[in-house]
Write a protein that binds this ligand. Sequence first.
Ligand SMILES: Nc1ncnc2c1ncn2[C@@H]1O[C@H](COP(=O)(O)OP(=O)(O)O)[C@@H](O)[C@H]1O
Ligand SMILES: [Mg+2]
Length: 385
Amino acid sequence: MKREDFQASATGSLVPTERGQWAFVPIPLPPAMLDHARLSKPLSETAEAIGELNGIGRTIPNPYLLIRPLQRREVISSSSMEGTFTTVDALVLAEASDGDRSTPDTREVLNYMEALSAAIASLDKLPLSLRTLRDAHATLLRQVRRDRGANVRPGEFKQHQNYIGAYEIEKARFVPPPPREALECLDALERYIHRDEDGLDTLIDAALIHYQFETIHPFADGNGRVGRMLIILHLYMRRKLIQPLLYLSPVFEARKDEYIDRMMAVSRDGDWEGWIVFFLNVMRDSARQAIVLADNIGALQKNYRERLQRARNSANLLLAVEYLFERPAITVTSLMNRLGVSYPAAKAYVDVLLRENILVEVPGTSNPKLFLAPEIMKIISGSQD
Ligand SMILES: Nc1ncnc2c1ncn2[C@@H]1O[C@H](COP(=O)(O)OP(=O)(O)O)[C@@H](O)[C@H]1O
Ligand SMILES: [Mg+2]
């Protein structure tokens, strides 16, 4: 990190690290000044898209039909940005078999799914806090491969200086605050997240908070993924979202270089507006993608309803199909548990769904056999629609 680039920064100051490099310490939020005129058009476009998404959130009978596929896309894209790769197919099969036979990468992404849904669920009982984020980090990075997780300390903030964008600190693009300063920054950020409403729009706030969290870089690893969880947690906590339906990683992934450059430009040049406009546009496009997904899911559900309405026990079959939208790979036992029916009854429903080509058997699985819903998979996989 070049000292000259950050020396005159309006958004932070430089402090020496233990080894004589320079680290950037961001000034607590909010920014001293924002050019609101530049933000108003992107803000209203984004608010409109989110309003439409909230309309869906308000009327959809079972929001998990939409929440689960969106979360899968989120964790896959967010992980892929950090060099951990899996596919929707692999993740769905891992969910159905508790990670058995999955690759280490897929298991890490499965952890991420769990961390994300647990963090969101925790907001019903506890306020959003640093503790929420440390718990999420612990779940995300538990039992990760040694070569990556060795010095990560799941659930704990950093104890050593970290840096971004190189293998040696001398060549790093960016050096975040040292551990002690990072803790001070985090406390200020936590207070900021919980401050009373002050007229600043929550969507703009989301952009500020994400930048601040990433710039603090509080963990040894996992900062990108935990910081992207914080976005949905904050929006949901502030009731900007009726249901947790807005996830930004697929769009961030498609614009990854700009994502990083824009955060860098806040630290270096004080360009808050450039970052906020970018972030708002990412939110808008993400909301639109979620709306398209909701439409596609609704259409396929209607199609299945028509196909199954004349079958015997159609009410239970429709519940089985609803389950498939949440979990497109199942076993007979998982369906039995979900519907609260006997094993033979669950088996009979699976047979009907196989005959209707709504399910297919996953080749090579036994004890238990896995069944997959290919049409549902097709809809939930397309990340760019
Ligand atoms: N110059 C920068 N300023 C602030 N944040 C950055 C910068 N460059 C990258 N980041 C953030 O750091 C994240 C990567 O940090 P890392 O701890 O490796 O997270 P993960 O393990 O989830 O990969 C990126 O996804 C991005 O959000
Ligand atoms: Mg990483």
